[in-house]
Design a protein around this ligand. Structure first.
Ligand code: COA
Length: 381
């Protein structure tokens, strides 16, 4: 099996783009990725389009704008995990030698406010009044606070770190720093989660060009190796969000099992990462991922944020891009946005956000109905 290398990445600013058609948003990201790789669109042999709320055949509609070259471009859907599922398809085709050049991109246009509940939940859940993602995340947070003494201040610190990093990222939606007091004073959405602890649903697109290691030297300046790209669907249902966490009876969570598969594929452990991007839909979940992904022991997530270990300059910087807390979340493009950040960090191109000596990074996403994905990227050569 050959190796898959990333030679080009592109991304629109995540945010509100009411006057831009989704095909144009996608094209902007793809064109940046092609320019980054020094590649012509006619060289691309296979494409995958990740999206969630956009219409059928979004990928084929994007081909209309890029110029129909006749290549395959199916849509890939997997809630917030849509992008990792698409990236995995591209990586597998390249590793298997089916193609030498694959494009994986994601795009979303999504309105302000809560997501339409009937797309995400069963009728009975809606009838119970459990119609929104943040309600389930709040249950998880409350349980962790009860079991481990995690505090609202620690959750607020995650949001503050994200906003601080986001100000250094011109592609992030929110461009203003906040204090812990300001986050704790923002409107209560669902106890204990407040408005400034939640990610805004936004519009945006991001793209990644994956090539075989045989030809990587022809494109881009510094190829980045995809050491692992794993996507799974959890063994346990999403009827209770806490069923995704590792349990005292020893069942690993979907986050723990998916990351373990990725670490094994990459022959790496969590202690080897120079940085990580994780799915901080709500500020609490970042603390939970520190634990579930092996960055610290169970229950110690709050301590990591208190110690500044996950700040830029800390032991393991997390969400240097600002994460979803600062960028907002365009579902289909979400994981590609994380890959964009890690590739720039590994190449030493992250400007004010740069992590000194970054060589190895990981990105993790989680989506409704149990989609989970982890990618591990390493400096190519
Ligand atoms: N940080 C800073 N400002 C924020 C913010 C944040 N985390 N969240 C909202 N704001 C701002 C908005 O920009 C807006 O400002 P404006 O009036 O100047 O435009 C203001 O607060 C009011 O917020 P609103 O327009 O209602 O924000 P929203 O569209 O982000 O909706 C929620 C708020 C709670 C409904 C939304 O954040 C939410 O549902 N998030 C979860 C999304 C989700 O489920 N994603 C996962 C998909 S599987």
């Amino acid at each position: 099996m050959g190796k898959a290398m990333i030679v080009g990445v592109g991304m629109t600013r995540f945010g509100r783009h009411p006057d831009t058609h989704f095909t144009r948003l996608a094209a902007e990201a793809i064109e940046e990725a092609l320019a980054d790789a020094g590649m012509d669109f006619r060289d691309v042999q296979q494409a995958f389009c990740s999206r969630v709320y956009l219409p059928s055949s979004t990928g084929a509609r994007v081909m209309e704008v890029m110029g129909r070259t006749g290549i395959s471009c199916p849509d890939v859907e997997g809630a917030c995990g849509a992008a990792v599922a698409g990236l995995r398809q591209a990586v597998m085709m390249v590793e298997a030698g089916q193609v030498d050049i694959a494009l994986a991109f994601g795009v979303e246009k999504i309105g302000k406010g809560f997501m339409p509940p009937h797309i995400l939940y069963e009728d009975w859940q809606c009838q119970m009044g459990m119609t929104q993602n943040p309600q389930y995340w709040a249950l998880n947070a409350a349980r962790h606070m009860h079991d481990y003494g995690t505090t609202a201040e620690q959750i607020a610190k995650v949001a503050v770190k994200a906003k601080r990093n986001g100000v250094k990222n011109p592609k992030a939606f929110f461009q203003r720093e906040m204090t812990v007091q300001e986050v704790l004073a923002s409107p209560l959405v669902t106890d204990p989660l407040r408005l400034y602890m939640l990610c805004s649903p936004v519009d945006g697109a991001a793209a990644v060009i994956v090539v075989s290691d045989k030809i990587a030297h022809r494109y881009g300046s510094r190829p980045v190796e995809v050491a692992a790209c794993v996507h799974t669907v959890s063994r346990y249902p999403l009827l209770n969000a806490s069923s995704f966490c590792s349990t005292p009876s020893g069942h690993p969570s979907v986050y723990a099992s998916t990351s373990a598969s990725a670490y094994e594929a990459a022959s790496i452990g969590p202690e080897d990462f120079d940085l990580a991007e994780v799915q901080d839909n709500d500020a609490f979940s970042e603390l939970e991922y520190y634990e579930e992904l092996g960055f610290c022991a169970k229950g110690d997530g709050g301590r990591l944020i208190d110690d500044g270990a996950t700040d830029i300059g800390g032991r393991l910087p997390v969400n240097t891009s600002g994460g979803l807390q600062a960028k907002g979340e365009p579902l289909g493009a979400s994981h590609f946005g994380q890959i964009y950040e890690i590739v720039h960090q590994i190449r030493g191109q992250a400007d004010q956000r740069q992590v000194d000596g970054a060589r190895v990074g990981m990105a993790q996403v989680f989506g409704a109905w149990g989609h989970c994905g982890v990618s591990v990227l390493k400096q190519g050569w």
